[in-house]
Design a binder for this molecule. Structure first.
Ligand SMILES: [Ca+2]
Ligand SMILES: [Ca+2]
Length: 163
């Protein structure tokens, strides 16, 4: 056990890294923290996929890359609580039909949460959304030119290190 005084010293020295860092220390105002990332849902914006990515980059982020089931569960919980409409997932097969890649890094997803039967839209539907009409916001492929809410992810450097 760490005594209260020891804990104060540890906090004062920043010795506990992530543990002593509160979300407000790491994420920009209004962004939500989950592990090493910060998230922002553009509830006021409805943008095409590329416009949405641009919007996120203006805020030092990118459209969300969902690496794990835990990350999906976390963000879906946020979408449920806020009754969000469709939001873009930063996942696209616009370069090669059927080859879905995280946009920007062009990496192959290890985790996806497609609705059963999706993606099914062929060449017309090359961008992924958290689909609000599915009870668990599982993913559908939509035309990239449709307008949906941006859902940005930002990973601060030196997460948890203060000063
Ligand atoms: Ca992520
Ligand atoms: Ca497609």
């Amino acid at each position: 056990m760490v005594s209260f005084v020891q804990l104060l010293v540890i906090i004062a020295l920043g010795g506990y890294g992530d543990v002593s860092a509160q979300p407000s220390d790491v994420c920009p105002n209004g962004w939500i923290r989950y592990y090493d990332s910060c998230y922002w849902v553009g509830y006021e914006q409805q943008l095409s996929f590329v416009e949405a990515e641009h919007y996120c980059r203006q805020h030092n982020g990118h459209l969300i890359h969902v690496e794990t089931a835990d990350e999906n569960v976390f963000i879906v919980d946020v979408l449920h609580k806020t009754k969000a409409g469709n939001c873009w997932v930063g996942l696209s097969d616009m370069d090669t039909e059927g080859k879905w890649l995280w946009y920007g890094t062009q990496t192959t997803p290890e985790y996806t949460h497609w609705f059963p039967g999706e993606p099914g839209g062929s060449n017309n539907e090359d961008c992924a959304v958290f689909a609000a009409h599915h009870s668990d916001y599982s993913w559908d492929d939509y035309p990239c030119s449709t307008t949906q809410h941006p859902l940005c992810e930002y990973t601060p450097e030196n997460t948890g290190i203060i000063g």
